[in-house]
Write a protein that binds this ligand. Structure first.
Ligand SMILES: *[C@@H]1O[C@H](CO)[C@@H](O)[C@H](O)[C@H]1NC(C)=O
Ligand SMILES: *[C@@H]1O[C@H](CO)[C@@H](O)[C@H](O)[C@H]1NC(C)=O
Ligand SMILES: *[C@@H]1O[C@H](CO)[C@@H](O)[C@H](O)[C@H]1NC(C)=O
Ligand SMILES: *[C@@H]1O[C@H](CO)[C@@H](O)[C@H](O)[C@H]1NC(C)=O
Ligand SMILES: *[C@@H]1O[C@H](CO)[C@@H](O)[C@H](O)[C@H]1NC(C)=O
Ligand SMILES: *[C@@H]1O[C@H](CO)[C@@H](O)[C@H](O)[C@H]1NC(C)=O
Length: 321
């Protein structure tokens, strides 16, 4: 295994005042948990010395139940519990869902002023031919929606900057009805960049990270979507990452997996998650079996050069003691 202490300590002074994840002497990449809700399973796993912290998810609507009235009690409680174990918290803010029964935006956005706030979305490889609604996404291409989202990010920073290790915005991949809601690929792209830059401008001590996996009109850097976005992140101090660590998967290899390593020295931090589908639904073409821990780690270190892996708590190596 290769370590990246040097690269990171060099970065600490360069881009941002963000704390170096190497500061506490854990070898890189650090192992964190990914647990959308911090339940007893996650809390117990935090007792392991090889686990640095936990990444949890919070929906926009749960954080801002009514306009301008924020409820951060779950984050506060999670932070307290995680800190009590001497571990760290990372926050992912959900402005999109992968569940038709769960629209992640606050109710007050479901009004004409915000054009209903969210749009139905489709996840998967067959959305072109079969637009099957599998969730909702905030209309980040709409300036009014964006301004409310940025107000949330600002409030989160007021409360948690320097306390949580980082905050990430969810993946950029989306498929919506392109003929509705004034959607344009360009409007979505620019809206996502603006949000990420805003997050980095208000989080001065904690990392602000964008998960960037695919762009709707950016396959294999079409329209320069990847180079333009990664240059923007480098310029604005936004870290990068993605929701899925799937070694050598062709789709990823033709997209974000090119840029995550290329920019690892130009952005404050780079991270990747091993989420449930990466464990349950993906196999190593070379072995025909699910990826082992070592295969995930080797790829994360050598090919992607990331600093943190967020592991779903269902991975085999976290079971038992
Ligand atoms: C804030 O959220 C928590 C759960 O996340 C809930 O129990 C509580 O009732 C909420 N508080 C208010 C004032 O809505
Ligand atoms: C769509 O764009 C047009 C032209 O800019 C504007 O008049 C209209 O209000 C927009 N509609 C929505 C739903 O944002
Ligand atoms: C507005 O959003 C709600 C919640 O997702 C949805 O049920 C409703 O159909 C949407 N209305 C319109 C006009 O799209
Ligand atoms: C559409 O998505 C739902 C889940 O939202 C799934 O149960 C259903 O099988 C899907 N239908 C098609 C035709 O893909
Ligand atoms: C990506 O595009 C380049 C040209 O810009 C081409 O050479 C390459 O084969 C493409 N790769 C994939 C995987 O489509
Ligand atoms: C992943 O696999 C599980 C069972 O192994 C299945 O229920 C689920 O539909 C699969 N999900 C995807 C996205 O393929």
């Amino acid at each position: 295994m290769r370590f990246y202490y040097l690269a990171l300590s060099a970065l600490a002074g360069q881009a941002l005042a963000a704390p170096s994840p190497a500061a506490d002497n854990h070898p890189l990449p650090q192992n964190w948990l990914y647990s959308p809700q911090i339940d007893d399973v996650a809390l117990n796993l935090l007792d392991r010395p090889d686990i640095v912290g936990v990444q949890a998810q919070y929906t926009w609507k749960s954080l801002e139940p009514t306009q301008g009235h924020y409820n951060f009690s779950r984050i506060r409680c999670d932070y307290k519990n995680v800190l009590a174990k001497g571990k760290k918290l990372w926050v992912q803010v959900q402005d999109r869902s992968f569940d038709v029964s769960n629209d992640p935006v606050p109710k007050y956005l479901h009004t004409p002023y915000y054009n209903n706030g969210s749009a139905p979305s489709c996840d998967g490889d067959s959305c072109d031919g079969n637009f099957n609604i599998t969730g909702y996404v905030a209309q980040q291409w709409n300036a009014r929606v964006r301004s409310r989202y940025q107000a949330l990010l600002k409030e989160l920073a007021l409360n948690f900057d320097g306390k949580i290790t980082g905050l990430n915005l969810p993946e950029t991949s989306i498929a919506v009805d392109v003929t509705a809601n004034n959607y344009t690929d360009e409007g979505y792209f620019l809206g996502e960049l603006e949000n990420a830059g805003y997050a980095a401008s208000v989080f001065k001590k904690s990392y602000a990270v964008q998960y960037v996996n695919f762009w709707p009109d950016g396959w294999n850097n079409t329209n320069n979507r990847f180079t333009d976005s990664f240059n923007y992140y480098a310029k604005h101090g936004v870290g990068v990452g993605g929701p899925d660590l799937i070694p050598n998967k062709p789709g990823q290899m033709a997209n974000s997996y090119v840029y995550i390593p290329e920019y690892h020295n130009k952005v404050p931090i780079s991270v990747i998650a091993v989420q449930q589908p990466d464990v349950l639904n993906e196999t190593n073409a070379a072995t025909g079996k699910p990826f082992t821990k070592q295969e995930f780690v080797d790829f994360a270190v050598n090919d992607l050069k990331v600093d943190i892996i967020f592991w779903t708590t269902i991975v085999p190596w976290l079971q038992g003691n």
